[in-house]
Design a protein around this ligand. Structure first.
Ligand code: GLC
Ligand code: GLC
Length: 822
């Protein structure tokens, strides 16, 4: 069953009924000001950091779902009947309803008793504010006299404090109301230099800023007393729960239309210019006023909206494809790329599953996310890499997370996740391949954000590699530390105390437990490092003095490969790890957790088993033991009980999350591995099983948005097999994008140019693509002439050797590529 449809021409998903199985959300903002918005206008806003600069409140795990948002109420003053044009929070029956989620905007339209209301929510580029543009139309036969109420509930900035420190919070709320603008200025009187404002384009009939006056004591957002009465209280908040609510009266004749705008914004003032007049306690509002004057005028708002759409056309235009499969086209051209950009903005911090309080940006996560957006915004990817690298520890390790506002490593979660540093190498390699910007390797970057510790970025990468070599275990495999990619495989934790964090509790010295996954990742990272080093040496010759050569890195890789064959191969698949007792995990010898997906993916991506046939063997084992119609589960058999020596992975009931759920992030590794061994049909089949668009028809089971990937789909051991959770912020976005675009469609950046090497499904007879790469526009046409994967390339009419298109001469900015597959 579907709850809407894709409007591909508009690049929108159109939701046609409000009661979706979960709130289906979208993101507003793409620079510094952000918001989450659901299909019923739920959600919240923040500036840069969802924890430290939260503008509005939102209540997770509330009943009903999705409480708190950008609410509007319409009241027919003739009859006294009122409703929410976005359905929530009044949830009354609407005659029509539609929500269009696009890139960075959402439009919610509904109609009741002849009154059509359409609200467009978006954040203009370059601004720290959001516009709600409401268009009201009287489609009925009689004059109507309406009241329109707005409502947001302010958060007292630090979202964590806001939900815990009530003894203080109930006394600090402050507002100012001047003309049509409500200013939220809690803590502005002391150390904060920032405030929020909520403005309306119309003369007000009234306002409210005290929540309980607006709602009425013991009443909910579904039946505010003020809306029921049709009369605001003009309340001025002191402490308690400050809100912002405007009341506007609108009379409409039949056929008449009116546009009313609301603006919610964030503004900082210079420390010494906070108050106006100086010495008073009144906010200096000059800065905010400029933006308000501009965007309260529909003509400017409309222009900003147009620019936002153009911006996304430009970003998405970096790669566009036309294939025989509509789901592929829509995900590659629109939604998967869009989701990658959102993961760039949010990492894992703010979604309907992540409160924005608990986590900063992940070191490994951010490096992997980069793989999915680097082609759209290489300059910002560069900046991101430098930020991440500056949190690296001097010993080559990494803070597991860092705070976006401060850009500093987050000590709460600490370090010791032994895979973290290797991802930096992969992230940097991806950036250099995309941009050709070798200068990034020379940039001096701090360690642990400590001034004076700078070395060139190149040395950071070198330390990342050595970090693994310095930490080998009894089998010469890399020690796992707190966890490797799988945050829940905690082999040194041994926690028997409820509530302890599995990621930060360590009861073992960590000198025994080893990870085959990190071994594979290390091989991959060494190969990239060898590639980077070889190129630098070629270009810079003797002036490039380094302790380790490209051959040294290749030697590290081949030595590690030998170790994997000796200790990490189980006969039919790659093993997963060795625990603190030195016992193997992910082996026929185990009763539960015999085979894991991660080492199969990463080892084959690193090229292991391509020559001796073991890669195919391992992939066949995955197909037999892990694949389900809803995707490939993480391991089998699921852990039926809690195992002290395995940690969080066994804390989940079977079939969920890392305990044998379809952890979607890992599925593309298998798609890539299948492409590498030349099995395009299998790769594409796995791609389709978890492609959200291809799952749209089973939305009542899948539950999450059909336009973005979710972190997990419940596995075959779960009673809810096929149900997705944790949508939007997941490494799944980047890796699926890489799997489909770089491996199945085979268009991938290489150090020396753009490579075209598809491994397509056998039934496809070709596809077309356009790709911008290092300032050149590539028009690529692929045609199948035989059943295999052999590629012959013709570039601007001339055959070229191999699969990498040499970079064209400087004056050429369009290149036509013909690829024939036999
Ligand atoms: C989450 C984490 C990521 C980890 C994965 C598997 O997605 O953000 O870092 O690799 O879970 O545990
Ligand atoms: C991890 C992942 C997740 C896991 C959680 C453990 O980073 O998001 O899948 O369950 O954190 O705290």
């Amino acid at each position: 069953m579907k709850y809407g449809y894709f409007d591909d021409a508009q690049r929108e998903y159109v939701i046609t009924r409000p009661d979706t199985p979960l709130p289906w959300i979208n993101y507003l903002g793409c620079e510094e000001y952000f918001g989450l918005i659901s299909n019923t206008a739920g959600g919240y806003s923040f500036y840069k950091d969802a924890r430290l600069r939260r503008l509005t409140r939102y209540r997770y795990n509330n009943a009903p779902l999705d409480m708190g948002g950008r609410y509007l109420y319409l009241r027919d003053n003739g009859t006294g009947k009122y409703w929410s044009p976005s359905w929530m929070p009044t949830r009354g029956k609407l005659d029509e309803y539609e929500c269009r989620h696009g890139q960075g905007y959402t439009i919610i339209t509904s109609k009741l008793n002849g009154i059509r209301s359409s609200t467009k929510y978006f954040v203009p580029l370059g601004e720290s504010l959001e516009i709600w543009q409401v268009t009201l139309t009287n489609e009925g036969e009689a004059d109507v006299d309406l009241s329109l109420f707005s409502a947001v509930e302010f958060c007292l900035w630090d979202a964590n404090d806001d939900t815990t420190n009530f003894q203080r919070n109930y006394s600090i709320g402050q507002v100012e109301i001047v003309d049509e603008v409500i200013y939220h200025k809690t803590e502005y009187r002391e150390r904060r230099d920032h405030f929020a404002y909520f403005a309306c384009s119309e003369r007000l009939a009234g306002f409210d800023t005290i929540r309980e006056e607006f709602l009425g004591t013991y009443r909910g957002w579904n039946e505010p007393a003020v809306v029921e009465e049709g009369e605001s209280c003009n309340s001025v908040a002191h402490g308690w729960q400050p809100i912002g609510s405007h009341h506007v009266k609108v009379s409409l004749k039949p056929g008449e239309q009116k546009v009313i705008s609301f603006i919610l914004g964030y503004q900082e003032n210079p420390k010494d210019d906070k108050f106006d007049p100086p010495g008073s306690q009144v906010i200096n509002k000059k800065s905010a006023k400029k933006a308000l004057e501009k965007y309260l005028q529909p003509i400017n708002a409309n222009k900003a909206f147009y620019e936002l759409r153009e911006y996304w056309t430009m970003l998405l235009g970096k790669l566009q494809v036309t294939t025989p499969d509509a789901h592929t086209d829509r995900m590659v051209n629109i939604w998967n790329a869009y989701q990658c950009m959102v993961t760039f903005n949010m990492s894992r911090s703010a979604s309907y599953f992540e409160s924005g309080i608990g986590r900063g940006m992940g070191f490994r996560d951010s490096n992997q996310d980069l793989l999915g957006f680097v082609h759209m915004i290489p300059e910002r990817a560069r900046e991101r890499i430098l930020d991440i690298a500056a949190t690296q520890l001097k010993n080559g390790g990494a803070f597991h997370q860092y705070q976006p506002l401060t850009k500093r490593g987050n000590n709460d979660v600490g370090s010791g996740f032994n895979d973290d540093p290797a991802w930096l190498v992969l992230g940097v390699a991806a950036y250099v391949k995309e941009s050709g910007d070798w200068s990034i390797l020379d940039v001096p970057v701090q360690y642990e954000n400590e001034p004076g510790t700078e070395t060139p970025l190149y040395e950071h990468l070198q330390r990342s590699i050595l970090y693994t070599l310095d930490r080998l275990g009894p089998n010469n495999l890399p020690l796992i530390g707190r966890a490797d990619w799988n945050d829940c495989l905690n082999l040194n934790c041994f926690s028997d105390t409820p509530g302890q964090s599995f990621q930060t509790t360590t009861n073992k010295d960590g000198q025994v437990a080893e990870s085959v996954f990190i071994a594979g990742l290390f091989v991959l990272a060494c190969q990239e490092m060898a590639g980077i080093t070889r190129k630098l040496k070629e270009e810079r010759g003797d002036s490039f003095v380094i302790p380790l050569s490209s051959d040294d890195y290749l030697k590290f890789a081949t030595d590690m490969e030998a170790t994997v064959w000796a200790a990490g191969w189980d006969g039919e698949w790659f093993r997963r790890a060795y625990d603190d007792f030195g016992h193997v995990l992910g082996s026929k010898e185990n009763t539960e957790g015999q085979i894991f997906i991660e080492p199969q993916g990463i080892c084959i991506m690193a090229g292991l088993g391509l020559e001796n046939g073991n890669a195919v063997k391992a992939l066949d084992s995955v197909g037999e033991r892990l694949a389900t119609p809803h995707g490939i589960v993480l391991q089998q058999p699921a852990f039926s009980q809690y195992y002290l020596h395995l940690g969080e992975i066994s804390s989940y009931p079977p079939g969920y999350k890392e305990n044998a759920g379809v952890f979607c992030h890992t599925n593309p590794w298998i798609m890539i591995a299948e492409s590498i061994v030349g099995r395009g049909d299998k790769a594409f089949d796995y791609y389709t099983r978890i492609n959200p668009s291809a799952r749209e028809e089973i939305s009542e089971l899948h539950k999450c948005e059909p336009y973005v990937y979710a972190q997990m789909i419940a596995g075959k051991d779960a009673p809810t097999h096929g149900e997705a959770k944790n949508s939007w912020l997941s490494g799944t976005a980047a890796w699926n994008y890489v799997a489909i675009t770089q491996h199945i469609l085979g268009i991938r950046p290489a150090f020396d140019g753009l490579e075209v090497k598809p491994v397509m499904p056998s039934r496809w007879n070709g596809f077309e693509a356009t790709r911008s790469f290092r300032g050149v526009h590539y028009e690529i046409s692929v045609r199948r002439e035989g059943p295999g994967n052999e590629v012959s390339l013709e570039v601007d009419g001339t055959p070229v050797q191999g699969t990498v298109i040499p970079l064209p001469k400087e004056e050429i900015n369009t290149v036509k590529v013909k690829a024939v597959i036999r």
